[in-house]
Design a protein around this ligand. Structure first.
Ligand SMILES: [Zn+2]
Length: 191
């Protein structure tokens, strides 16, 4: 098994890691200020367990800064309950997730959060539409010919925002026939 954290990732990327490496990929979550990656999925893989004897977790609406009901997406706020050298009180992380309070199928009663869906400051607004990099990743990872890396280039051409995505391709997908390459380009653009 492998534990993966640090950046938001999509279900499609997780599947790809598992398919290509043969390991089971688990989510792990934490920040340096909290003491590093601490919260993990259990074997049931239905949310990341929060160790609530050590941390208080709140989910707030980024707009109203009020609590949102369980299951609704919002910004993760952490308070450390036992940390002495660097306590955190209602520390705002900018990560978006949902809180699940019912007991997990593994039997643990600690609340869980769902995989970090986005980091609120990663959001790009293009022509009035909110775009998150994970949405791009999610779409690209469905194309087998696309490799594991991509770059989003945001620009302004005249009065309009533009977005250009450069993608890495799997070596096996390269062809010396231009028509094959154009077909792949069209396939990627059609997402
Ligand atoms: Zn569990």
């Amino acid at each position: 098994m492998g534990f993966f954290g640090a950046e938001p990732w999509s279900e499609e990327l997780k599947k790809r890691i598992e398919d290509e490496s043969g390991i089971k990929a688990y989510d792990i979550y934490g920040t340096s200020e909290m003491s590093g990656p601490l919260f993990t999925e259990c074997s049931k893989q239905c949310g990341i367990h929060i160790w609530s004897d050590k941390f208080l977790v709140e989910i707030l609406s980024p707009d109203t800064e009020k609590s949102v009901p369980d299951g609704k997406i919002g910004e993760l706020i952490i308070t450390t309950l036992t940390k002495e050298a660097l306590p955190l009180i209602r520390y705002r992380i900018n990560d978006l997730t949902r809180k699940l309070s019912e007991s997990c199928r593994c039997g643990r009663t600690h609340p869980r959060i769902t995989r970090i869906s986005e980091r609120s400051y990663d959001m790009i607004i293009v022509r009035g539409i909110n775009v998150f990099p994970r949405q791009v990743e999610s779409a690209l990872m469905k194309i087998p010919e696309v490799g594991n890396f991509f770059m989003i280039i945001v620009d302004r051409i005249g009065p309009l925002d533009s977005i250009k995505i450069q993608i890495e391709m799997h070596e096996s997908a390269f062809s010396d026939r231009m028509s094959d390459m154009m077909t792949l380009k069209k396939k990627s653009r059609g997402l």
